[in-house]
Design a protein around this ligand. Structure first.
Ligand code: BDP
Length: 706
């Protein structure tokens, strides 16, 4: 198997399993081919055929011994009320398998498709229990973002070229686009933003708008809407086929008209466009600040153009300054609250501020972004990253949901009351109409989608958590594993065990105690590079010197960041004693000899964690190898190759970081391991043909370095 089917393989159940009969008739209460209800019928037929080897026939009329799929309205007008009272919210579904009738009833068409996928997921896992329940999504925004460029490359994508674009335009063959929509719909994702947040104005040419229409037509049967990232200065970019202005000032009437016209053109071709995603006044991208306008004025420009069509603006909070490293009060982590808090209440109702989970940038551990606790009159969504930009770029196994949960489950204690991030983004805490989830996924044309079979668990789990953030992430992984690799309990347990060990291991050998990922900050974001963490213009600093490290983000002495949380949380982070060890260096600048709550010193923790993390990473390939013969050859071999790479690279990580801090601090490892390099073979001790010595940067990652 190549991995192309992801978790939707519909693999035949093993002959050793017996199961009760499943209805042989499928009643589809909408037969229009573009309808997700029609798609649901097709999936049910295909899935039952493949999983159970049973042919189902489409029929109409009698509900007995049938699988009925449709919207609640269609169900009621055909059969009268459902016998039980059903509480369906927007896009939810009712699933009942009682009395040899399967009812799959969606609040809308999309909901019906979600219900069909849920039923098929049960069958594929040999779960034939009798159920009757309603399931509703926790939040309306459940989007994925693709950072695809029009030339076909993908920013921070590790699974090949774009499935959407090539050579400046939309590809002709949209087969993979349909398959992507199917995977996304199966876990409740309702929209995809198809192009990079570092956007290109030429996406708005008439030819590309038509291409966008083809993509939307391809995804519509799966209930997946399309969204677009916009380049803020598009009106002045000379977009082929559009007027060219001399300004992109969001308050200029010509600019307002320009965006209104372009938006109308897009909706003419794509009447159900989800909306726009905007990165503005950020990392060199133009934005409203160019004209001394506020970010809210920038966001509302698009909101007003979209409003008549029912579209939404996801406006990114990833706007930062405070990059003067010699100023110990400067802190990029403060930027989002500085920019957005004063604008609370100024965003239109169809704007959602999209906030990265932490205040810096997708690090291995960050505190929850305080912006979630500073917007009371503004819709908010969390931005997660399925693509493992700072987390091993799919060559390292890192199951991310436990990391995401540190933020989703975090209690901001607003007004000294329980205020979980997941409740804030769902709109419950402040009674907001919109909100939810976005994740940068960046699948590509690689048959594995993301570049690694095991990484697909993150994509699957993202959808499941966006639907229900209280679901147990271990159980989600077990489901994914069964659907992806079969029902053998040993396989499920082994892969899930590896997954649960993976994020803690990666944190151990990359960056500890909240110091950030200690990777190459300058561009690649891959591999160890602790010296790049200071002396950089990105505001990601560790402030490491010969005796101390960590960012002082306290109000009393530091950058004041801890004070951007509500009082109870602020007080916790203000003091070293109450700051959890795993965020100590995020909030405090301390001596290497500072004692942790564990009793270890900071530096000894660094040494121990790096050896422990790399040790765990050595076991992944071994654990995987115990599954030989239980997983098809191609996926087994491809994953084994990557896990072996990870085993080696975790050692590179370990030794580079340990050496760096050993050299800078001059403090010995209590266990005397530094320089011993367990599990490591130096290039110098091998016989290699065709290789020449090369000065590796940073030197800590080089062979025989110490
Ligand atoms: C950073 C990425 C960069 C993105 C940026 C963003 O390195 O490629 O453009 O985030 O989110 O993490 O806009």
């Amino acid at each position: 198997e190549t991995g192309l089917d992801g978790w939707l393989r519909y693999a035949p159940l093993p002959a050793s399993i017996s199961w009760p009969s499943v209805p042989k008739h499928i009643v589809v209460l909408n037969t229009t081919k573009t309808s997700p209800v029609y798609t649901a019928g097709q999936e049910l037929q295909r899935g039952i055929q493949n999983i159970l080897g049973q042919s189902c026939h489409f029929s109409s009329g009698k509900p007995d011994e049938s699988i009925i799929v449709g919207t609640l309205d269609a169900y009621v007008s055909t059969y009268g009320n459902i016998s039980q009272s059903v509480d369906l919210k927007d896009e939810g579904f009712w699933l009942s398998t009682e009395n040899n009738i399967v009812q799959i009833v969606g609040q809308n068409e999309r909901g019906a498709l979600y219900g069909a996928f849920e039923y098929l997921s049960m069958l594929a896992q040999a779960n034939f229990s009798s159920v009757a329940y309603a399931s509703n999504p926790d939040a309306p925004i459940r989007w994925v973002n693709q950072w695809d460029n029009l030339d076909g490359s993908i920013e921070r994508g590790y699974g090949g070229a774009s499935i959407f674009f090539s050579n400046g335009t939309i590809v002709n063959n949209l087969t993979r686009v349909a398959e992507y929509a199917r995977l996304l719909a199966s876990v409740g994702i309702n929209a995809v933003v198809i192009n990079n947040v570092n956007a290109n104005a030429s996406i708005l040419s008439p030819q590309n708008i038509d291409g966008l229409g083809r993509i939307a037509d391809t995804m519509r049967p799966y209930g997946v809407q399309v969204g677009l990232s916009l380049y803020f200065a598009s009106p002045t970019s000379g977009v082929q086929g559009q007027a060219n202005l001399t300004t992109f000032d969001p308050l200029d009437p010509q600019v307002i008209t320009w965006w209104g016209n372009v938006t109308d053109q897009i909706y003419e071709r794509v009447p159900d466009l989800a909306g726009y995603l905007v990165k503005a006044s950020s990392e060199g991208q133009p934005g409203p600040i160019t004209y001394n306008r506020t970010l809210a004025q920038g966001a509302n420009l698009f909101a007003k153009a979209l409003q008549p069509h029912g579209g939404r603006v996801l406006f990114r909070a990833f706007v930062y300054n405070q990059l003067n490293e010699s100023d110990w009060k400067a802190d990029r982590a403060n930027a989002a609250v500085d920019f957005f808090k004063p604008l609370d209440g100024e965003f239109d109702e169809n704007v959602v501020v999209q906030i990265k989970y932490g205040p810096i940038d997708f690090q291995v551990r960050e505190p929850a972004s305080p912006l979630f606790a500073n917007l009371f009159h503004t819709n908010a969504a969390i931005e997660l990253e399925v693509t493992q930009e700072y987390l091993g770029q799919q060559t390292h196994l890192v199951y991310l949901p436990p990391l995401w949960n540190t933020v989703l489950d975090f209690d901001m204690r607003i007004d000294n009351k329980t205020s979980l991030v997941r409740d804030i983004i769902a709109g419950r805490t402040f009674n907001r109409s919109l909100g939810g989830y976005a994740a940068v996924v960046n699948v590509g044309t690689n048959q594995t989608w993301l570049g690694s079979h095991l990484s697909m668990a993150n994509c699957y789990a993202y959808g499941r958590l966006a639907w229900n953030p209280t679901e147990d992430t271990t159980k989600i992984h077990e489901d994914w594993s069964r659907l992806t690799f079969g029902l053998d309990q040993n396989v499920v347990d082994t892969i899930t065990h590896m997954a649960l060990e993976s994020w803690p291991a990666y944190e151990n050998y990359s960056g500890n105690l909240g110091i950030q990922t200690l990777t190459d900050i300058l561009y690649t974001h891959f591999g160890p590079n602790p010296q790049s963490q200071d002396n950089n213009g990105w505001g990601q600093w560790t402030r490491a010197d010969h005796t101390t490290m960590g960012m002082d983000r306290t109000v009393s002495n530091g950058t004041g960041y801890s004070g951007t949380y509500p009082p109870e949380v602020a007080a916790m982070y203000e003091n070293i004693e109450s700051t959890p060890d795993n965020l100590l260096l995020w909030f405090h600048h301390v001596n290497y000899t500072q004692k942790l709550k564990s009793g270890k010193t900071v530096i000894q923790h660094f040494y121990d964690a790096h050896y422990a993390g790399a040790e765990t990473a050595q076991t992944f390939a071994q654990q995987w190898q115990t599954l030989a013969g239980k997983i098809d050859r191609q996926r087994f071999d491809e994953q084994l190759y990557q896990l072996r790479y990870q085993a080696g690279h975790s050692i590179v990580w370990r030794d580079a970081i340990v050496n760096f801090y050993h050299n800078i601090s001059g403090i010995a490892d209590e266990s005397g391991r530094v320089g011993n390099h367990p599990h490591r073979i130096e290039a110098e001790s091998m016989t290699l043909n065709g290789y020449i010595p090369y000065a590796v940067s940073p030197p800590e990652t080089a062979s025989d370095y110490y």
